[in-house]
Design a protein around this ligand. Structure first.
Ligand SMILES: [Zn+2]
Length: 87
């Protein structure tokens, strides 16, 4: 995947994202998949990349109606896919 840090150069050992676009995408993805969701991201002092975090406040992006619609739509699609696969 382009833009994803693989060398783990910083001590957080979290996945790093070079571009803000990429970390925003990852933030949205983590909500779609019902994971223990990250709610925000930050720019790391150590590696200069963005990391997801579950601490702090909810990122305003996740309150964006457009983004919420996208999350709901993709979650519904995943539910259907899961149901289909269970047959
Ligand atoms: Zn870092």
């Amino acid at each position: 995947m382009p833009g994803v840090c693989v060398d783990m150069s910083c001590s957080t050992e979290k996945k790093g994202y070079y571009r803000e676009d990429d970390v925003q995408e990852a933030l949205i993805r983590s909500h779609i998949r019902f994971l223990k969701a990250a709610i925000n991201y930050y720019l790391c002092d150590e590696c200069g990349e963005y990391h997801l975090t579950s601490q702090g406040g909810l990122h305003p992006l996740l309150n964006d109606p457009k983004v919420q619609t996208q999350i709901e739509r993709e979650q519904r699609e995943q539910e259907w896919t899961a149901r289909y696969n269970r047959r």
